[in-house]
Design a protein around this ligand. Structure first.
Ligand SMILES: Cc1cc2nc3c(=O)[nH]c(=O)nc-3n(C[C@H](O)[C@H](O)[C@H](O)COP(=O)(O)OP(=O)(O)OC[C@H]3O[C@@H](n4cnc5c(N)ncnc54)[C@H](O)[C@@H]3O)c2cc1C
Length: 409
């Protein structure tokens, strides 16, 4: 990493604009060190990403943008995008000049994503798309959407799908924010009414969208922006970067709370003078021990990846563990704060943070695959149990029974 340190010493200039700095960082290859050199990277192994990010933070330099663009769109385009599409979109994704959202889930297609019905058909050489998506993080400020749509109702459900890059800023696209029970509005529903997609915005093959979607899903680890590193934040670059972060992160302020805030359990028990209550002690011990074992599992997985081993079952185990930790922590917080846990805002403990925890932890058991779906994956792929019976994967999608037909029987 001496090469990066030398480069930063010669090139970091806090008086540049954020865009000027990000362009300079991108041109050096350090903005995306694990990308292929031809797309602005340095061909470094996956393990280099966190090392480079740490070096940038330690030096006090602003890093590349965060969010759906870098975490989902870029890896998907790098694997499946055409040269034309990648040339048009990757450089501006790397500098943060364009932003992205993911348009997968629908009201009737969440766990059963391949059952989606938003459809696209060819017209005048372009594609016209109609239908509805839901739960779309960042759709309210995105320039482009990663869209999975049905293009063939006569093919079996996984084979009639096509993956598109949809330009969001057009009359056929309407984005409506959804307000959650914790008071924040972090997600959207998106309606398409003959929204237009240029012919060359297909990613992969027409009808081959499921394969491309699996690449996106494999990278679906974090779509909300991460925190600003501690340290010096001086100069124009940081001013603009912090402004950008404030704007992008505002809808996700509650994300730490949805993980259960295990870190607050002991301080809150002390503040409420309940540390000698046997039930409270049991609840805290349960949540903390679950959190520690989950962290060790994650560390074992990271160590295995560093050694070049393929991802194992730790992904599903980790996802399920994070739900269990969040729920156990919420129970412990309720035991500590008792009825005060229901008070929101400044009337409640920690300015309403405890109430926000109780209202936010259910999200962990749903987002990114429900607990039940994770258990199915663990059962089938880890324990080797037989697969769930399925009647709908070989029929043409048109003939797959859907809710109204099911009700008529
Ligand atoms: C906070 C949050 C953020 C999200 N962000 C995004 C986003 O950015 N982009 C996006 O596209 N989507 C997003 N989603 C959508 C999310 O992926 C879906 O909500 C999730 O996959 C579940 O789908 P569903 O809501 O349709 O529930 P369903 O799939 O209808 O499930 C209903 C219930 O049935 C159970 N179930 C379903 N199938 C099975 C089965 N085979 N075996 C056993 N039980 C089953 C489920 O576990 C659940 O309890 C988000 C959701 C949440 C809550």
């Amino acid at each position: 990493m001496q090469e990066l340190r030398d480069w930063l010493a010669a090139n970091w200039d806090p008086d540049l604009s954020l865009l000027e700095w990000r362009r300079r960082l991108a041109a050096s290859g350090w903005a995306a060190p694990t990308w292929p050199a031809r797309w602005g990277g340095r061909d470094l192994p996956a393990s280099a990403a966190s090392t480079v990010a740490k070096e940038l933070a330690t030096f006090g330099a602003v890093g590349p943008p965060d969010g759906v663009g870098m975490n989902l769109a870029a890896p998907t385009l790098l694997e499946h995008g055409s040269d034309e599409l990648n040339t048009a979109l990757l450089p501006k994704t790397l500098t943060g000049e364009i932003s992205w959202c993911q348009l997968f889930s629908e009201p009737g297609a969440g766990s059963d994503l391949a059952g989606l019905t938003t459809h696209a058909q060819q017209a005048d050489g372009d594609w016209l798309v109609s239908g509805q998506k839901v739960w779309n993080t960042s759709a309210h400020h995105a320039d482009y959407g990663l869209l999975l749509a049905r293009t063939d109702f006569d093919a079996p459900k996984h084979r009639g799908l096509t993956y598109f890059v949809l330009p969001m800023r057009q009359p056929g696209v309407e984005v409506r924010p959804l307000r959650q029970m914790n008071g924040h509005a972090s997600f959207n529903e998106v309606f398409f009414d003959n929204a237009r997609i240029p012919a060359d915005h297909v990613v992969g093959e027409v009808g081959g969208g499921w394969t491309v979607a699996l690449t996106t899903l494999a990278h679906e680890r974090r779509v909300a922006p991460t925190g600003t590193p501690p340290g010096r934040h001086e100069g124009r670059v940081w001013r603009e970067a912090l402004g950008e972060a404030l704007h992008l992160r505002a809808p996700y302020k509650w994300y730490p709370q949805r993980a259960g805030r295990v870190d607050l359990l002991v301080p809150q028990a002390r503040a409420a003078a309940v540390t000698d209550d046997g039930v409270v002690r049991q609840e805290i011990a349960r949540a903390v021990s679950l959190a520690w074992t989950a962290r060790w599992t994650a560390q074992r997985a990271a160590a295995a990846r560093k050694l070049g081993k393929p991802p194992g079952p730790e992904g599903s185990l980790g996802k399920l563990a994070s739900s269990n930790v969040a729920r156990a922590a919420a129970r412990a917080h309720a035991a500590i704060a008792r009825a005060d846990a229901m008070l929101a805002g400044d009337d409640g403990p920690v300015h309403g943070t405890i109430a926000e925890i109780l209202l936010s932890v259910p999200a962990v058991s749903i987002a990114g695959g429900t607990d039940e779906v994770q258990r199915n994956i663990i059962g089938e792929r880890v324990l080797g149990l037989p697969k769930d019976p399925s009647i709908d994967t070989s029929l043409p999608f048109r003939d797959v029974p859907k809710n109204p037909e099911v009700r008529r029987r």
